[in-house]
Design a binder for this molecule. Structure first.
Ligand code: DP6
Length: 326
């Protein structure tokens, strides 16, 4: 029997127009379309090996064997791949992040993108980028945007076949930077999957959805024109709109720490001083500062002067998920 083993690497991504709330939790269809950039310094490398000799699936993340919910989620994903490939063998999954997982840095995006590619290849499947994006979406919604390279749009769609991400511009299109100010390494209090299910209970959720199509169209055009003065305010507006929904859902979710709001103020002050930088936050307290390559060093320097900032991680636009030699 041939070796059923493959290794893949995938980037995390930062959404400029975010996904919050699902129209179908089972199929993982989002309530809205979203727009993102892959992050070249935040990667997950995953090796999957299927073997008739294994009694059970084994999942090792960052050197530790997973047993609980995380393992279940990964086994469910392996089951999807096994069903597609008509394969029964159990698997060994070994995965490593280049960054702290569970700290709001979207480890599920790079993780499920790398797992989808490694597992499908190991199982002998040659999926198209669209099929891979759909598969990754079942693992974690945002993971579908980590399959294509550079800048991607995930079209919400109204069926599973219609809901996938596609590249709208390659990494070379625009040397934007995401300078992440890490203010906490703690696991987030409420995971995104649970957060998504609470979104419709916010009285502001429908208002957010009503404003999204227009924001996405404008953000996409600004991105294609490399117009940060237009894109930046849209990125901030979208993050605040999402966090307003989070904070007003029932029960509410407060992802921000005092240091998060401190950094939001700093970004506004720096911009008033002429430094072109904008903020966004995912489901966590860490602040992503978006700027052009020429301003990266100055943004980084200022962040390193702030005591509450534990670590600074800088990414440029990252490539597509790809298979690598083990
Ligand atoms: C705040 O993709 O992590 O990062 O599909 O339930 O796994 P699941 O959720 P997930 O949600 C990401 C939410 C976000 C915004 C975004 O990346 O668009």
């Amino acid at each position: 029997m041939s070796v059923l083993k493959a290794t893949a690497v995938a980037c995390a991504n930062i959404a400029f127009v975010k996904y919050w709330g699902k129209r179908d939790a089972e199929l993982n269809l989002p309530a809205n379309s979203s727009l993102s950039m892959n992050l070249d310094r935040l990667t997950t490398i995953t090796t999957v090996e299927f073997s008739p000799d294994y009694d059970d699936d084994l999942v090792i993340l960052d050197g530790r064997e997973e047993r609980g919910e995380t393992r279940q989620r990964i086994v469910a994903h392996l089951d999807r791949v096994r069903a597609m490939a008509r394969l029964r063998a159990r698997a060994r999954v070994i995965s490593k992040n280049s960054f702290p997982s569970g700290a709001g840095l979207a480890s599920s995006a790079s993780g499920f993108a790398a797992l989808s590619l490694a597992a499908s290849r190991a199982a002998g499947l040659e999926l198209s980028q669209r099929e891979l994006s759909i598969l990754a979406r079942f693992g974690s919604g945002s993971a579908c945007r980590s399959i294509p390279g550079g800048f991607s749009e995930w079209t919400a769609g109204s069926s599973s076949e219609e809901s996938f991400a596609e590249q709208i511009a390659p990494p070379e299109h625009w040397d934007l930077r995401d300078v992440i100010a890490l203010v906490s390494r703690a696991k987030k209090p409420v995971g995104s999957t649970e957060g998504h299910s609470l979104a419709p209970s916010s009285p502001f959720f429908q208002a957010r959805l009503a404003s999204l199509a227009d924001r996405l169209t404008k953000a996409k055009a600004a991105l294609l024109e490399k117009d940060l003065a237009t894109l930046g305010p849209l990125i901030e507006e979208d993050a605040i709109s999402m966090h307003a929904v989070m904070m007003t859902s029932r029960p509410p979710i407060y992802y921000w720490l005092p240091s998060s709001i401190q950094l939001i103020h700093e970004v506004q002050n720096w911009r008033a001083e002429g430094l072109e930088v904008y903020f966004t936050l995912d489901a966590g307290p860490n602040v992503h500062l978006i700027c052009q390559a020429a301003d990266q060093a100055e943004v980084e320097r200022r962040l390193r002067d702030i005591e509450e900032v534990l670590e600074v991680i800088v990414s440029g636009p990252g490539p597509a998920a790809r298979v690598i030699e083990p």
